[in-house]
Design a protein around this ligand. Structure first.
Ligand code: NAI
Length: 485
């Protein structure tokens, strides 16, 4: 199968597509049909070396540019992405299986937002002046150097840009390794950045599994790694980075709570729960998969939710009427089905879905369990699929304690018409990204990231600048230097 915008080789290194067939072949499978649509090769040591050497070379001159000049390149890339949104979205749909109705609005466009936002910020980066009598100190905000980005498979283009845009904004170069499951989108970003005026070597993409990721992190030329992935992988990356005392950003998993109080606008709360469980077929790290519903409205909530699930359209992802897609891979479908079986075994009440639709590809129906209790596997483990667990609660204090009783802390949401309660509950959440009467909206202007085992550092917003730059203090003596002898 071919489609427009298909990348022409496995890697993008030093400003050009690069192939090395000696690397392990990685089939790219279209999740909606199971068809192999492309093959990429894992990066060989030669490709990794070219990427790192090229990045190190490009970085110094890039950092020496004025912020406004760096920003111009990023903003041009944003414009090119928007012009080509449809073809990039079709590519993203093939890479991930997500319906085109989603990829048209949430993937390449989100990458464009990041490039536009950090393109704008680039010219504003500045230090401060600290007067000390006649002497003074000034600070310089400097880049870290060569940064490595490692992606997960659920938002391949968005992740490539959420890491690349702030890195380049601050004067760094990047070597990005996409997930081996969805290797295509990042290549287009690299191509477009070049076309927008980025120097060769500034943003490279190399393919491969974990071994390529760890080879990149171990290289002494690398100053920082930012990974989006699971907690076990994030932990390994943190350990590897610690060996070289490298900077890290970890965007990891979650098991986020979504609390619906009895005074909530129920339709709006149902929308929040749908967005927080079934968008991208549930393959979103910040999903609110533990839906706590106050007892008085529980059955009404479930009835409305079941009714709304009648609007699910599973079909050809390229048909814009389709609003629900398959799992990214056969493996992920197996994991999700395992959790559904476990829910039934542990006597959760299946309210909707739970079946594998009779069609090719890796589909699982949107699934809702009710009467889930805190100790059940469904309520404890991250599933990363379209499985919502509904739990009951009585009081605010009780539900907040239960919501926080998890090792994760990525996101949390609350639906209520009582805004003092909304803010009080948001303040009480142990989570990095919280929502009141909304869910899963992650605009580039707002910092995004996790507390506890869900991560370290923040992406997006001005906060990301802190994680892609370092401060240098320069003390300036205005008089003769003093010494005791
Ligand atoms: N917090 C966030 O922003 C997000 C978190 N995730 C999490 O990601 C997971 C799903 O994505 P997957 O791709 O299956 O995650 P994963 O953890 O298996 O892999 C993530 C990436 O790390 C690479 N990798 C694996 N071992 C490595 C090693 N030792 N050193 C360096 N790199 C290594 C993989 O090749 C892949 O590119 C979910 O658990 C989800 O919660 C996904 C999306 C967003």
């Amino acid at each position: 199968m071919t489609f427009s915008a298909q990348p022409t080789a496995s890697h993008f290194v030093n400003g050009a597509y690069r192939e090395d067939a000696a690397g392990e072949a990685i089939p790219v499978v279209y999740p909606a049909t199971g068809e192999v649509i492309a093959t990429v090769h894992a990066a060989t040591p030669a490709v990794i070396e070219e990427a790192l050497a090229g990045a190190a070379r490009a970085q110094k001159d890039w950092a020496a540019l004025r912020g406004v000049e760096r920003g111009r390149v990023l903003r041009r890339a944003a414009d090119l992405i928007r012009e080509r949104n449809r073809e990039l979205s079709v590519l993203e749909t093939h890479d991930t299986g997500k319906p085109l109705s989603e990829t048209l609005v949430a993937d390449a466009t989100s990458a464009a937002d990041a490039l536009e936002y950090f393109g704008g910020l680039a010219a504003t980066l500045a230090g401060e002046h600290i007067q000390l009598g006649q002497d003074f100190v000034y600070t310089r905000r400097e880049p870290l150097g060569v940064c490595v980005g490692i992606g997960a498979w659920n938002y391949p283009t968005q992740i490539a840009a959420w890491k690349g845009a702030p890195a380049l904004c601050c004067g760094n170069a990047m070597v990005f390794k996409p997930s081996e499951t969805t290797p295509l989108g990042a290549l287009k970003l690299a191509e477009i950045l070049m076309e927008a005026g980025a120097p060769p070597g500034l943003y490279n993409v190399v393919q491969g599994m974990g071994a390529v990721g760890s080879a990149l992190i171990a290289d002494p030329r690398v100053a920082k790694v930012s990974i989006t992935g699971s907690v076990p992988t994030g932990t390994r990356v943190y350990e590897a980075a610690a060996k070289g005392l490298k900077h890290v950003t970890l965007e990891l998993g979650g098991k986020s709570p979504l609390i619906v109080f009895e005074d909530a606008d129920l339709d709006s709360a149902v929308s929040g729960a749908i967005l927080g469980n079934f968008y991208s077929a549930g393959q979103v790290c910040s999903n609110g998969t533990r839906v706590f519903v106050q007892k008085a409205v529980k059955e009404a909530f479930l009835a409305r939710l079941t009714e709304r699930l009648g609007g699910v359209v599973m079909g050809d992802p390229l048909d814009e009427a389709t609003n629900f897609g398959p799992m990214v891979s056969e493996r992920q479908r197996g994991i999700v089905e395992g959790f559904i079986a476990k829910g039934l075994e542990e006597s959760a009440r299946l309210v909707a879905g739970g079946q594998r639709p009779d069609r090719p590809g890796f589909w699982v129906e949107p699934t809702v369990f009710a009467d889930v209790t805190d100790g059940m596997t469904l309520a404890r483990d991250e599933i990363f699929g379209p499985v919502m667990s509904v739990l009951d609660f009585d009081t605010e204090g009780e539900v907040l304690a239960r919501a926080n009783a998890t090792e994760f802390g990525l996101a949390a949401g609350v639906f209520t018409r009582d805004m003092s309660r909304g803010h009080r509950v948001a303040a009480g959440f142990e989570a990095g990204t919280c929502f009141i009467n909304a869910y899963n909206l992650t605009p580039v202007e707002a910092p995004f990231g996790g507390m506890k085992r869900s991560g370290i550092g923040r992406e997006n917003g001005r906060a990301a600048i802190e994680h892609y730059s370092q401060l240098k203090s320069v003390y300036v003596g205005m008089g003769p230097a003093w010494a005791p002898f």
